[in-house]
Ligand binder design. Structure first.
Ligand code: FUL
Length: 513
Protein backbone atom coordinates (compact mmCIF):
# COMPACT_ATOMS: atom_id res chain seq x y z
CA UNK A 1 0.00 0.00 0.00
CA UNK A 2 1.30 3.40 -0.74
CA UNK A 3 -1.27 5.50 1.08
CA UNK A 4 1.34 7.53 2.93
CA UNK A 5 3.25 8.79 -0.10
CA UNK A 6 -0.02 9.80 -1.77
CA UNK A 7 -1.12 11.61 1.39
CA UNK A 8 2.23 13.36 1.64
CA UNK A 9 2.04 14.31 -2.00
CA UNK A 10 -1.47 15.61 -1.46
CA UNK A 11 -0.29 17.72 1.45
CA UNK A 12 2.59 19.12 -0.57
CA UNK A 13 0.31 19.87 -3.52
CA UNK A 14 -2.25 21.53 -1.24
CA UNK A 15 0.45 23.59 0.47
CA UNK A 16 1.80 24.61 -2.91
CA UNK A 17 -1.70 25.54 -4.13
CA UNK A 18 -2.24 27.58 -0.97
CA UNK A 19 1.03 29.48 -1.43
CA UNK A 20 0.23 30.03 -5.07
CA UNK A 21 -3.26 31.23 -4.18
CA UNK A 22 -1.81 33.61 -1.58
CA UNK A 23 0.69 34.94 -4.09
CA UNK A 24 -1.71 35.60 -6.94
CA UNK A 25 -4.45 36.74 -4.64
CA UNK A 26 -2.39 39.12 -2.54
CA UNK A 27 -5.33 41.36 -1.82
CA UNK A 28 -5.06 44.73 -3.40
CA UNK A 29 -8.72 45.60 -3.00
CA UNK A 30 -11.20 44.54 -0.39
CA UNK A 31 -14.87 45.20 -0.05
CA UNK A 32 -16.34 46.43 3.23
CA UNK A 33 -19.70 44.91 4.06
CA UNK A 34 -22.39 47.12 5.65
CA UNK A 35 -22.35 45.06 8.86
CA UNK A 36 -18.55 44.97 9.28
CA UNK A 37 -17.61 46.43 12.67
CA UNK A 38 -14.49 48.50 13.41
CA UNK A 39 -12.46 45.44 14.34
CA UNK A 40 -13.31 43.75 11.05
CA UNK A 41 -12.63 46.88 8.99
CA UNK A 42 -9.25 47.41 10.65
CA UNK A 43 -8.40 43.77 9.95
CA UNK A 44 -9.40 44.23 6.34
CA UNK A 45 -7.34 47.43 6.03
CA UNK A 46 -4.30 45.58 7.38
CA UNK A 47 -4.73 42.88 4.75
CA UNK A 48 -4.67 45.17 1.68
CA UNK A 49 -1.35 44.81 -0.15
CA UNK A 50 0.44 46.35 -3.13
CA UNK A 51 0.49 44.60 -6.49
CA UNK A 52 3.92 43.55 -7.71
CA UNK A 53 4.08 46.50 -10.08
CA UNK A 54 3.19 48.91 -7.25
CA UNK A 55 5.81 47.34 -5.00
CA UNK A 56 8.52 47.56 -7.68
CA UNK A 57 7.60 51.19 -8.26
CA UNK A 58 7.64 52.12 -4.54
CA UNK A 59 11.15 50.71 -4.17
CA UNK A 60 12.44 53.13 -6.80
CA UNK A 61 12.06 55.92 -4.18
CA UNK A 62 13.48 58.71 -6.35
CA UNK A 63 12.26 59.18 -9.93
CA UNK A 64 12.75 61.99 -12.43
CA UNK A 65 10.58 64.03 -14.78
CA UNK A 66 11.89 65.55 -18.01
CA UNK A 67 9.66 68.37 -19.20
CA UNK A 68 10.91 69.10 -22.68
CA UNK A 69 9.05 70.13 -25.81
CA UNK A 70 7.87 73.09 -27.84
CA UNK A 71 7.49 75.13 -24.60
CA UNK A 72 11.25 74.84 -24.07
CA UNK A 73 11.63 77.04 -27.18
CA UNK A 74 8.81 79.53 -26.56
CA UNK A 75 9.37 80.10 -22.85
CA UNK A 76 5.78 79.11 -22.08
CA UNK A 77 4.55 76.63 -19.50
CA UNK A 78 1.41 75.73 -21.43
CA UNK A 79 1.52 76.00 -25.21
CA UNK A 80 -1.81 76.47 -26.98
CA UNK A 81 -1.06 74.12 -29.85
CA UNK A 82 -0.45 76.87 -32.41
CA UNK A 83 3.33 77.09 -31.93
CA UNK A 84 5.23 76.23 -35.09
CA UNK A 85 7.21 72.96 -35.19
CA UNK A 86 9.98 75.01 -36.84
CA UNK A 87 10.85 76.30 -33.35
CA UNK A 88 11.95 72.90 -32.13
CA UNK A 89 15.67 72.72 -32.80
CA UNK A 90 17.93 71.75 -29.87
CA UNK A 91 21.54 72.27 -30.91
CA UNK A 92 23.36 69.87 -28.56
CA UNK A 93 20.70 67.40 -27.49
CA UNK A 94 22.30 64.51 -25.63
CA UNK A 95 20.02 62.03 -23.88
CA UNK A 96 23.08 60.15 -22.58
CA UNK A 97 23.90 63.29 -20.60
CA UNK A 98 20.35 63.40 -19.13
CA UNK A 99 20.57 59.80 -18.00
CA UNK A 100 24.13 60.08 -16.68
CA UNK A 101 23.21 63.11 -14.57
CA UNK A 102 20.07 61.37 -13.29
CA UNK A 103 22.06 58.27 -12.47
CA UNK A 104 24.59 60.31 -10.49
CA UNK A 105 21.70 61.87 -8.59
CA UNK A 106 20.33 58.48 -7.54
CA UNK A 107 17.28 58.77 -9.80
CA UNK A 108 15.93 55.37 -10.81
CA UNK A 109 13.37 56.12 -13.52
CA UNK A 110 12.94 58.98 -15.99
CA UNK A 111 9.59 60.12 -17.39
CA UNK A 112 9.63 62.11 -20.64
CA UNK A 113 6.83 64.49 -21.64
CA UNK A 114 6.38 62.74 -24.98
CA UNK A 115 3.36 65.03 -25.53
CA UNK A 116 2.35 67.97 -23.33
CA UNK A 117 -0.97 69.86 -23.49
CA UNK A 118 0.12 71.68 -26.69
CA UNK A 119 -0.09 68.35 -28.54
CA UNK A 120 3.44 68.49 -30.02
CA UNK A 121 4.81 64.93 -30.20
CA UNK A 122 8.49 64.24 -29.49
CA UNK A 123 8.36 61.04 -31.53
CA UNK A 124 7.53 60.80 -35.26
CA UNK A 125 3.92 59.75 -34.82
CA UNK A 126 1.61 58.65 -37.62
CA UNK A 127 -1.35 60.23 -35.81
CA UNK A 128 -0.68 63.92 -36.47
CA UNK A 129 1.56 66.24 -38.45
CA UNK A 130 2.23 68.21 -35.25
CA UNK A 131 5.43 66.42 -34.32
CA UNK A 132 9.17 66.32 -34.43
CA UNK A 133 9.08 65.00 -38.03
CA UNK A 134 8.13 68.50 -39.16
CA UNK A 135 10.82 70.20 -37.06
CA UNK A 136 14.24 71.29 -38.34
CA UNK A 137 15.91 69.16 -35.67
CA UNK A 138 17.89 66.43 -37.51
CA UNK A 139 15.98 67.39 -40.67
CA UNK A 140 12.81 65.88 -39.28
CA UNK A 141 14.51 62.55 -38.57
CA UNK A 142 14.74 62.98 -34.80
CA UNK A 143 12.96 60.87 -32.19
CA UNK A 144 13.55 61.99 -28.60
CA UNK A 145 11.71 59.04 -27.07
CA UNK A 146 13.83 56.59 -29.05
CA UNK A 147 17.03 58.36 -28.14
CA UNK A 148 16.07 58.48 -24.44
CA UNK A 149 14.98 54.83 -24.44
CA UNK A 150 18.37 53.84 -25.89
CA UNK A 151 20.26 55.91 -23.32
CA UNK A 152 18.17 54.44 -20.50
CA UNK A 153 18.92 50.95 -21.72
CA UNK A 154 22.62 51.75 -21.98
CA UNK A 155 22.83 53.05 -18.40
CA UNK A 156 20.28 50.72 -16.81
CA UNK A 157 17.66 53.35 -16.08
CA UNK A 158 13.91 52.72 -16.07
CA UNK A 159 11.74 54.84 -18.34
CA UNK A 160 8.24 56.27 -18.26
CA UNK A 161 6.09 58.34 -20.60
CA UNK A 162 3.93 61.37 -19.94
CA UNK A 163 1.26 61.59 -22.60
CA UNK A 164 -1.14 64.44 -22.04
CA UNK A 165 -4.74 63.43 -22.77
CA UNK A 166 -5.55 67.12 -23.07
CA UNK A 167 -4.46 68.11 -26.59
CA UNK A 168 -4.81 71.71 -27.70
CA UNK A 169 -3.81 70.97 -31.28
CA UNK A 170 -5.77 67.87 -32.30
CA UNK A 171 -8.69 68.78 -34.55
CA UNK A 172 -10.64 65.73 -33.45
CA UNK A 173 -10.46 66.78 -29.80
CA UNK A 174 -13.95 66.69 -28.29
CA UNK A 175 -15.15 63.73 -30.38
CA UNK A 176 -14.88 59.93 -30.26
CA UNK A 177 -12.25 60.12 -33.01
CA UNK A 178 -9.87 61.69 -30.51
CA UNK A 179 -10.13 58.67 -28.18
CA UNK A 180 -9.08 56.57 -31.15
CA UNK A 181 -6.20 58.93 -31.94
CA UNK A 182 -5.05 58.88 -28.31
CA UNK A 183 -5.15 55.07 -28.21
CA UNK A 184 -3.07 55.04 -31.40
CA UNK A 185 -0.56 57.37 -29.78
CA UNK A 186 -0.43 55.10 -26.74
CA UNK A 187 0.09 52.09 -28.99
CA UNK A 188 3.00 53.81 -30.72
CA UNK A 189 4.81 54.89 -27.55
CA UNK A 190 4.16 51.60 -25.76
CA UNK A 191 5.10 49.22 -28.55
CA UNK A 192 8.08 50.76 -30.34
CA UNK A 193 10.49 51.63 -27.54
CA UNK A 194 11.00 48.51 -25.42
CA UNK A 195 9.93 48.19 -21.81
CA UNK A 196 8.07 51.17 -20.33
CA UNK A 197 7.73 51.22 -16.54
CA UNK A 198 5.34 54.09 -15.91
CA UNK A 199 2.59 55.85 -17.87
CA UNK A 200 1.72 59.27 -16.45
CA UNK A 201 -1.63 60.90 -17.17
CA UNK A 202 -2.25 64.46 -16.13
CA UNK A 203 -5.49 65.66 -14.62
CA UNK A 204 -5.59 68.92 -16.62
CA UNK A 205 -8.53 68.78 -19.03
CA UNK A 206 -9.33 72.01 -20.85
CA UNK A 207 -10.79 72.78 -24.24
CA UNK A 208 -9.36 71.67 -27.55
CA UNK A 209 -8.84 73.90 -30.62
CA UNK A 210 -12.58 73.75 -31.40
CA UNK A 211 -13.53 74.97 -27.94
CA UNK A 212 -14.84 71.48 -27.14
CA UNK A 213 -14.04 69.32 -24.13
CA UNK A 214 -13.21 65.67 -24.44
CA UNK A 215 -14.78 62.76 -22.63
CA UNK A 216 -11.83 60.47 -22.16
CA UNK A 217 -12.39 56.75 -22.54
CA UNK A 218 -10.13 55.92 -19.60
CA UNK A 219 -10.91 52.24 -19.34
CA UNK A 220 -9.97 51.67 -22.98
CA UNK A 221 -6.66 53.47 -22.35
CA UNK A 222 -5.97 51.37 -19.24
CA UNK A 223 -6.81 48.11 -21.02
CA UNK A 224 -4.45 48.97 -23.83
CA UNK A 225 -1.61 49.79 -21.42
CA UNK A 226 -2.15 46.54 -19.52
CA UNK A 227 -2.00 44.66 -22.80
CA UNK A 228 1.11 46.37 -24.18
CA UNK A 229 3.06 47.01 -20.97
CA UNK A 230 1.63 44.84 -18.20
CA UNK A 231 4.33 45.81 -15.68
CA UNK A 232 3.95 49.58 -16.09
CA UNK A 233 2.23 51.54 -13.34
CA UNK A 234 -0.43 53.97 -14.52
CA UNK A 235 -0.01 57.12 -12.50
CA UNK A 236 -2.07 60.08 -11.37
CA UNK A 237 -5.13 59.75 -13.65
CA UNK A 238 -4.69 56.03 -13.30
CA UNK A 239 -5.42 53.05 -11.08
CA UNK A 240 -1.96 52.27 -9.65
CA UNK A 241 -0.44 55.48 -8.30
CA UNK A 242 -2.16 58.59 -6.99
CA UNK A 243 -1.05 62.22 -7.01
CA UNK A 244 -0.07 63.27 -3.49
CA UNK A 245 -2.12 66.43 -3.95
CA UNK A 246 0.60 69.10 -4.07
CA UNK A 247 3.22 70.01 -6.63
CA UNK A 248 5.67 71.14 -3.96
CA UNK A 249 7.50 67.91 -3.16
CA UNK A 250 5.86 67.85 0.29
CA UNK A 251 3.54 65.00 1.23
CA UNK A 252 1.24 64.56 4.19
CA UNK A 253 2.30 64.09 7.79
CA UNK A 254 0.02 61.02 7.85
CA UNK A 255 0.25 59.21 4.50
CA UNK A 256 -1.72 56.01 4.02
CA UNK A 257 -1.30 53.80 0.95
CA UNK A 258 -4.54 52.01 1.89
CA UNK A 259 -7.39 54.35 1.03
CA UNK A 260 -11.17 54.13 0.57
CA UNK A 261 -12.29 53.21 -2.93
CA UNK A 262 -16.00 53.70 -3.00
CA UNK A 263 -16.43 53.44 -6.75
CA UNK A 264 -14.84 50.07 -7.32
CA UNK A 265 -17.33 47.58 -5.95
CA UNK A 266 -19.94 48.68 -8.49
CA UNK A 267 -17.63 47.50 -11.21
CA UNK A 268 -17.74 43.87 -10.30
CA UNK A 269 -14.26 43.63 -8.94
CA UNK A 270 -13.98 40.42 -7.04
CA UNK A 271 -12.13 41.07 -3.79
CA UNK A 272 -8.43 40.81 -4.32
CA UNK A 273 -8.33 40.78 -8.07
CA UNK A 274 -6.69 44.14 -8.55
CA UNK A 275 -3.94 42.59 -10.65
CA UNK A 276 -6.46 43.23 -13.40
CA UNK A 277 -7.82 46.42 -11.89
CA UNK A 278 -8.53 48.97 -14.56
CA UNK A 279 -10.41 51.58 -12.61
CA UNK A 280 -9.08 54.70 -10.99
CA UNK A 281 -10.15 54.81 -7.35
CA UNK A 282 -12.26 57.92 -6.80
CA UNK A 283 -12.02 60.25 -3.81
CA UNK A 284 -10.65 63.61 -2.80
CA UNK A 285 -6.93 62.96 -3.15
CA UNK A 286 -6.10 66.48 -1.98
CA UNK A 287 -7.79 65.95 1.36
CA UNK A 288 -5.59 66.31 4.43
CA UNK A 289 -6.72 62.86 5.55
CA UNK A 290 -6.99 60.08 2.99
CA UNK A 291 -6.87 56.91 5.05
CA UNK A 292 -7.29 57.33 8.82
CA UNK A 293 -9.62 55.07 10.84
CA UNK A 294 -12.23 57.75 10.50
CA UNK A 295 -12.04 57.48 6.71
CA UNK A 296 -11.86 53.71 6.42
CA UNK A 297 -14.81 53.18 8.76
CA UNK A 298 -17.02 54.99 6.26
CA UNK A 299 -15.63 53.23 3.19
CA UNK A 300 -17.33 50.74 0.89
CA UNK A 301 -14.03 49.27 -0.20
CA UNK A 302 -10.30 49.70 0.45
CA UNK A 303 -7.51 49.69 -2.08
CA UNK A 304 -3.72 50.01 -2.18
CA UNK A 305 -3.21 53.37 -3.87
CA UNK A 306 0.18 54.91 -2.99
CA UNK A 307 1.25 58.53 -3.33
CA UNK A 308 3.63 60.05 -5.86
CA UNK A 309 5.07 63.41 -4.83
CA UNK A 310 6.01 65.60 -7.78
CA UNK A 311 7.94 68.86 -7.84
CA UNK A 312 10.29 70.72 -10.17
CA UNK A 313 13.91 71.54 -9.35
CA UNK A 314 13.08 75.00 -10.75
CA UNK A 315 9.98 77.17 -10.28
CA UNK A 316 8.60 76.12 -13.70
CA UNK A 317 8.14 72.66 -15.19
CA UNK A 318 9.86 73.71 -18.45
CA UNK A 319 13.30 75.28 -18.70
CA UNK A 320 13.48 79.08 -18.56
CA UNK A 321 16.91 80.77 -18.56
CA UNK A 322 15.68 83.45 -16.15
CA UNK A 323 15.18 80.75 -13.52
CA UNK A 324 18.85 79.69 -13.52
CA UNK A 325 19.34 81.45 -10.19
CA UNK A 326 16.32 79.68 -8.68
CA UNK A 327 17.43 76.06 -8.92
CA UNK A 328 16.70 74.26 -5.65
CA UNK A 329 19.76 73.84 -3.44
CA UNK A 330 21.03 70.55 -2.04
CA UNK A 331 19.49 71.43 1.33
CA UNK A 332 16.10 72.19 -0.20
CA UNK A 333 16.26 68.94 -2.16
CA UNK A 334 17.16 67.07 1.03
CA UNK A 335 14.19 68.63 2.81
CA UNK A 336 11.99 67.56 -0.11
CA UNK A 337 13.42 64.04 0.06
CA UNK A 338 12.52 63.86 3.76
CA UNK A 339 8.96 65.04 3.00
CA UNK A 340 8.36 62.81 -0.02
CA UNK A 341 10.27 59.52 0.18
CA UNK A 342 10.44 60.04 3.95
CA UNK A 343 6.68 60.33 4.10
CA UNK A 344 5.73 57.13 2.36
CA UNK A 345 5.82 58.57 -1.15
CA UNK A 346 7.85 58.23 -4.31
CA UNK A 347 9.56 61.46 -5.30
CA UNK A 348 9.10 62.58 -8.91
CA UNK A 349 11.63 65.36 -9.37
CA UNK A 350 11.49 67.37 -12.58
CA UNK A 351 14.77 68.36 -14.25
CA UNK A 352 13.93 70.25 -17.44
CA UNK A 353 16.51 70.14 -20.26
CA UNK A 354 17.56 73.46 -21.78
CA UNK A 355 16.99 74.79 -25.32
CA UNK A 356 20.30 73.19 -26.26
CA UNK A 357 18.89 69.86 -25.10
CA UNK A 358 21.09 69.40 -22.04
CA UNK A 359 20.57 69.33 -18.28
CA UNK A 360 21.91 72.69 -17.10
CA UNK A 361 25.19 72.72 -15.18
CA UNK A 362 23.60 74.31 -12.09
CA UNK A 363 20.93 71.62 -11.90
CA UNK A 364 23.59 68.94 -12.36
CA UNK A 365 25.80 70.33 -9.59
CA UNK A 366 22.94 70.66 -7.11
CA UNK A 367 21.65 67.18 -7.89
CA UNK A 368 25.04 65.57 -7.33
CA UNK A 369 25.65 67.53 -4.13
CA UNK A 370 22.21 66.38 -2.92
CA UNK A 371 23.05 62.75 -3.63
CA UNK A 372 26.39 63.08 -1.82
CA UNK A 373 24.62 64.56 1.17
CA UNK A 374 22.14 61.68 1.28
CA UNK A 375 24.96 59.13 1.02
CA UNK A 376 26.93 60.87 3.73
CA UNK A 377 23.96 61.04 6.15
CA UNK A 378 22.41 57.66 5.51
CA UNK A 379 25.76 55.90 5.24
CA UNK A 380 26.24 56.35 8.98
CA UNK A 381 23.54 54.72 11.07
CA UNK A 382 24.58 55.43 14.66
CA UNK A 383 22.66 52.34 15.76
CA UNK A 384 25.26 50.28 13.91
CA UNK A 385 28.16 51.86 15.83
CA UNK A 386 30.40 49.62 17.87
CA UNK A 387 29.14 49.23 21.41
CA UNK A 388 25.43 49.66 20.58
CA UNK A 389 23.28 46.82 21.87
CA UNK A 390 19.66 46.09 21.04
CA UNK A 391 17.99 44.83 24.21
CA UNK A 392 15.24 42.29 23.77
CA UNK A 393 12.04 42.83 25.67
CA UNK A 394 10.17 39.68 24.77
CA UNK A 395 7.73 41.49 22.53
CA UNK A 396 9.61 41.17 19.32
CA UNK A 397 10.57 38.61 16.83
CA UNK A 398 13.04 39.28 14.05
CA UNK A 399 11.90 37.37 11.01
CA UNK A 400 15.41 37.50 9.63
CA UNK A 401 17.01 37.16 13.01
CA UNK A 402 20.04 39.28 12.15
CA UNK A 403 19.09 42.48 13.94
CA UNK A 404 18.43 44.25 10.65
CA UNK A 405 15.45 42.22 9.54
CA UNK A 406 11.73 42.63 9.79
CA UNK A 407 10.37 43.01 13.28
CA UNK A 408 6.94 42.23 14.58
CA UNK A 409 5.05 41.52 17.79
CA UNK A 410 4.08 38.07 18.98
CA UNK A 411 0.46 39.10 19.34
CA UNK A 412 -1.78 41.64 17.67
CA UNK A 413 -2.20 45.10 19.20
CA UNK A 414 0.96 44.87 21.30
CA UNK A 415 3.57 47.59 21.52
CA UNK A 416 6.75 46.90 19.58
CA UNK A 417 9.70 48.30 21.50
CA UNK A 418 13.31 48.66 20.35
CA UNK A 419 15.59 49.58 23.20
CA UNK A 420 19.19 50.45 22.41
CA UNK A 421 21.98 50.85 24.90
CA UNK A 422 25.37 52.16 23.90
CA UNK A 423 28.72 52.20 25.64
CA UNK A 424 29.33 55.68 24.18
CA UNK A 425 26.96 58.63 23.75
CA UNK A 426 25.25 58.74 20.37
CA UNK A 427 24.46 62.04 18.61
CA UNK A 428 21.53 62.07 16.19
CA UNK A 429 18.77 64.23 14.75
CA UNK A 430 17.14 62.05 12.09
CA UNK A 431 15.00 58.96 12.64
CA UNK A 432 14.25 56.52 9.86
CA UNK A 433 11.70 53.72 10.01
CA UNK A 434 10.08 51.49 7.44
CA UNK A 435 7.36 48.93 7.11
CA UNK A 436 7.66 45.72 5.13
CA UNK A 437 4.83 46.84 2.87
CA UNK A 438 4.68 43.65 0.88
CA UNK A 439 2.51 42.58 3.83
CA UNK A 440 0.59 45.85 4.04
CA UNK A 441 0.73 49.20 5.84
CA UNK A 442 -0.20 48.99 9.49
CA UNK A 443 1.52 51.43 11.85
CA UNK A 444 -0.69 54.20 13.21
CA UNK A 445 1.50 55.67 15.96
CA UNK A 446 5.14 55.62 16.98
CA UNK A 447 7.32 57.40 19.47
CA UNK A 448 11.01 57.89 20.22
CA UNK A 449 12.29 58.30 23.77
CA UNK A 450 15.63 58.73 25.53
CA UNK A 451 16.47 57.86 29.11
CA UNK A 452 17.41 60.76 31.35
CA UNK A 453 18.02 60.39 35.09
CA UNK A 454 16.33 57.02 34.97
CA UNK A 455 13.19 58.41 33.31
CA UNK A 456 12.08 57.88 29.74
CA UNK A 457 11.47 61.20 28.00
CA UNK A 458 9.69 61.45 24.69
CA UNK A 459 11.55 63.41 22.00
CA UNK A 460 9.11 62.94 19.10
CA UNK A 461 5.86 61.26 18.06
CA UNK A 462 4.65 60.21 14.67
CA UNK A 463 1.71 58.56 12.97
CA UNK A 464 2.12 56.57 9.75
CA UNK A 465 5.36 54.97 8.56
CA UNK A 466 4.60 53.12 5.31
CA UNK A 467 7.44 52.18 2.99
CA UNK A 468 9.74 54.74 4.57
CA UNK A 469 9.40 57.40 7.24
CA UNK A 470 12.11 59.98 7.90
CA UNK A 471 11.65 62.38 10.78
CA UNK A 472 13.79 65.31 11.84
CA UNK A 473 14.37 65.27 15.61
CA UNK A 474 15.89 67.81 17.97
CA UNK A 475 19.65 67.15 18.01
CA UNK A 476 20.00 64.62 20.82
CA UNK A 477 22.94 63.08 22.68
CA UNK A 478 22.12 59.87 24.53
CA UNK A 479 23.30 56.34 25.19
CA UNK A 480 19.89 54.86 25.98
CA UNK A 481 17.15 55.13 23.34
CA UNK A 482 13.75 53.60 22.76
CA UNK A 483 11.81 53.49 19.51
CA UNK A 484 8.24 52.37 20.15
CA UNK A 485 5.46 51.39 17.78
CA UNK A 486 2.52 52.17 20.00
CA UNK A 487 -0.47 51.56 17.73
CA UNK A 488 -1.01 49.56 14.60
CA UNK A 489 -3.64 47.71 12.59
CA UNK A 490 -3.06 44.12 13.80
CA UNK A 491 0.67 43.51 14.20
CA UNK A 492 3.24 45.76 12.55
CA UNK A 493 6.13 44.63 10.33
CA UNK A 494 8.93 47.12 10.84
CA UNK A 495 12.24 47.43 9.02
CA UNK A 496 14.80 50.10 7.90
CA UNK A 497 15.45 51.31 11.47
CA UNK A 498 18.08 54.02 11.72
CA UNK A 499 19.26 57.10 13.59
CA UNK A 500 21.47 59.56 11.76
CA UNK A 501 23.12 62.91 12.28
CA UNK A 502 23.21 65.90 9.94
CA UNK A 503 25.22 68.86 11.21
CA UNK A 504 23.41 71.46 9.12
CA UNK A 505 19.92 70.37 10.09
CA UNK A 506 19.02 74.02 10.78
CA UNK A 507 19.33 74.67 7.03
CA UNK A 508 16.24 72.53 6.38
CA UNK A 509 13.15 74.68 6.60
CA UNK A 510 10.53 71.91 6.51
CA UNK A 511 8.23 74.18 4.54
CA UNK A 512 6.46 73.53 1.27
CA UNK A 513 7.25 76.44 -1.04
C1 FUL B 1 0.39 69.68 -14.48
C2 FUL B 1 0.59 70.23 -15.89
O1 FUL B 1 -0.43 71.12 -16.26
C3 FUL B 1 1.95 70.90 -15.83
O2 FUL B 1 2.27 71.60 -16.98
C4 FUL B 1 2.97 69.81 -15.53
O3 FUL B 1 3.07 68.93 -16.63
C5 FUL B 1 2.62 69.07 -14.24
C6 FUL B 1 3.51 67.92 -13.93
O4 FUL B 1 1.29 68.62 -14.28
O5 FUL B 1 -0.89 69.33 -14.21
Amino acid sequence: MNIRPITTRKIIVSAFMLCFYCLVNAQNYIEIKPDDDEKEIVKKAASVKPTQRQLNWQKLEVTGFLHFGINTFTGKEWGDGSESPSLFNPSKLDTDQWVKVAKKAGINLLILTAKHHDGFCLWPTQTTEYSIKNAPYLDGKGDILKSLAESCKKFDMKIGVYLSPWDRNAKSYGSEAYNEMFRNQLTEVLSQYGKIDEVWFDGANGEGPNGKKQEYDWSSYYNLIRKLQPDAVIAVMGPDVRWVGTETGYGRETEWSVVPANNLDQNNIAAGSQQQMNIKPAGDMQNKDVGSRDKILKAKGLVWYPAETDVSIRPGWFYHAHEDSKVKSKEKLLDIYFHSVGKNGVLLLNIPPTKEGLIHQIDETNLIEWKNLRDQIFGNNVLHHKGVKLLKDGNRKSLKNDGTGIWTTKKENQELIFEYESTKDLTFNILQLGEFIKWGQRVEKFEIQVKKNNNWESIANGTTIGYKRIMVLPTTVSNHIRIKITQSRLNPFVDKIGLYHYEDIAKLDGKAH
